[in-house]
Write a protein that binds this ligand. Structure first.
Ligand SMILES: *Cc1c(COP(=O)(O)O)cnc(C)c1O
Length: 393
């Protein structure tokens, strides 16, 4: 199950296994109408999640995040789906609530993952809640605060750049459960992405039972984009009306393999040599073929923005009271760029998934914050500064 579908592997990497459901049964039995009555939250949509109905999930009360209208000039409406509000400050919590619930359900006592920060911190929290042993292989560039959180949650941490061989060994030889993305590189779980579907479900209901026109996602491997795309597709299978949204990938110019694949019209994503961007969470040097499928099938697109544009988008979100890390502001940066180019039409709803909080990325905060502070102990200097500040405007 963790190695993908060997039968359909065609020379290249195995295609991932995915969970399917009896959509016709749910369409005929009022599942969509029931969902309308429930508050947005991951487990509000559990009829189409893999955990048996009688079993309690491993939950930290994830999802149910706000959809916030951004003040941006121009036609159309730009929304932020504020995923910073999840228990560990990133949309990854939607992944691990389902993935770890399934690990426990299947009888696994130990879970492992590879991370640049957010994914591992989230897994460690859910493993703690579930009482499972947890091991996280973390990129040495992951912020110190995230290493601390992973250990605070009781997980063991291994700092290592090439994380996959050891992870695969634990899974193949030692019976660990991989709470890793959908792509078998080389091991994966089919369950986590089920949690990402609920981003799509929540957006639909938060817009009053309506499909958005575009959904922009800060994209690395692309589960962040493919998950909600599956969510919208399932809503349609359950009887929701309206055109499915165009799925748009947002990347950093210093690491944009999805943008290159999109420009070339291929689902074989190239490897971006030597990623160079502040946006570590979207810094994977390549991406999954199904990410490209979702972009092409949905009539979407892929765009890269500079690190400077990421910092500007962080500042725009901060003016709305949302502290987002640089990677997660890529969606907003791309939406602003599309708006500037006049590509957003009147009446269009563009939803930017804002994937993670700045609180766990101190370097991002330091780069984006404008200097508003006085560091001084001399009373006269302080008073003069206060007088000048008070007199402003
Ligand atoms: C993991 C992550 C992403 C990208 O997710 P993929 O599914 O790998 O594309 C984007 N933003 C943040 C903040 C993340 O932590």
């Amino acid at each position: 199950m963790f190695e993908g579908c060997a039968a359909c592997a065609d020379g290249g990497p195995a295609a991932p296994l995915e969970v399917t459901y009896d959509y016709d049964w749910h369409r005929d039995h009022g599942t969509l109408a029931r969902w309308h009555e429930r508050p947005p939250a991951v487990w509000s949509y559990r009829e189409l999640l893999p955990l048996p109905a009688a079993e309690a999930p491993v939950s930290l009360f994830e999802g149910g995040t706000p959809l916030v209208r951004l003040e941006v000039d121009g036609p159309g409406t730009i929304w932020a789906k504020d995923e910073t509000r999840n228990p560990t400050g990133a949309f990854k919590d939607r992944f691990h609530t389902v993935s770890v619930s399934m690990a426990r359900h299947l009888g696994y006592g130990k879970v492992a993952a590879s991370t640049t920060g957010n994914h591992g911190t989230s897994l460690a929290a859910y493993a703690a809640r579930a009482g499972l042993r947890c091991l996280v292989f973390a990129d040495p560039r992951a912020p110190e605060v995230q290493r601390g959180l992973i250990q605070l949650f009781g997980a063991r941490l291994v700092s290592i750049l090439d994380r996959r061989p050891n992870l695969a060994w634990l899974v193949r030889e030692r019976g660990w459960y991989p709470s890793t993305g959908l792509t078998p590189w080389p091991v994966a779980t089919p369950y986590g992405i089920e949690g990402y579907k609920t981003i799509g479900h929540e957006i639909y209901f938060q817009l009053g039972g309506r499909m958005p026109d575009r959904v922009v996602c800060p994209t690395s491997v692309g589960d962040v984009l493919y998950g909600p795309w599956r969510g919208f597709g399932e809503l349609a299978a359950l009887g929701a009306e309206g055109r499915l949204p165009a799925m748009v990938a947002a990347q950093a110019a210093g690491c944009d393999p999805v943008v290159q694949a999109f420009a070339a019209g291929t689902r074989d994503v190239p490897v971006h040599p030597g990623p160079d961007t502040i946006a570590l969470s979207i810094g994977d040097e390549t991406a999954a073929a199904y990410t490209m499928d979702a972009i092409f099938e949905s009539g979407g697109s892929a765009h890269a923005v500079s690190d400077e544009a990421l910092l500007a988008a962080m500042r725009l979100l901060a003016r709305h009271g949302i502290a987002a890390e640089s990677s997660s502001a890529a969606s907003v940066a791309v939406a602003l760029e599309l708006a500037r180019r006049g590509e957003i039409t009147p009446g269009e709803d563009v939803v930017c998934v804002v994937t993670g909080s700045a609180a766990k990325w101190p370097a991002d905060v330091a780069m984006a914050a404008e200097a508003h502070a006085l560091h001084e102990s001399d009373p006269q200097t302080i008073r003069a500064w206060l007088e000048a500040f008070d007199a402003e405007r």
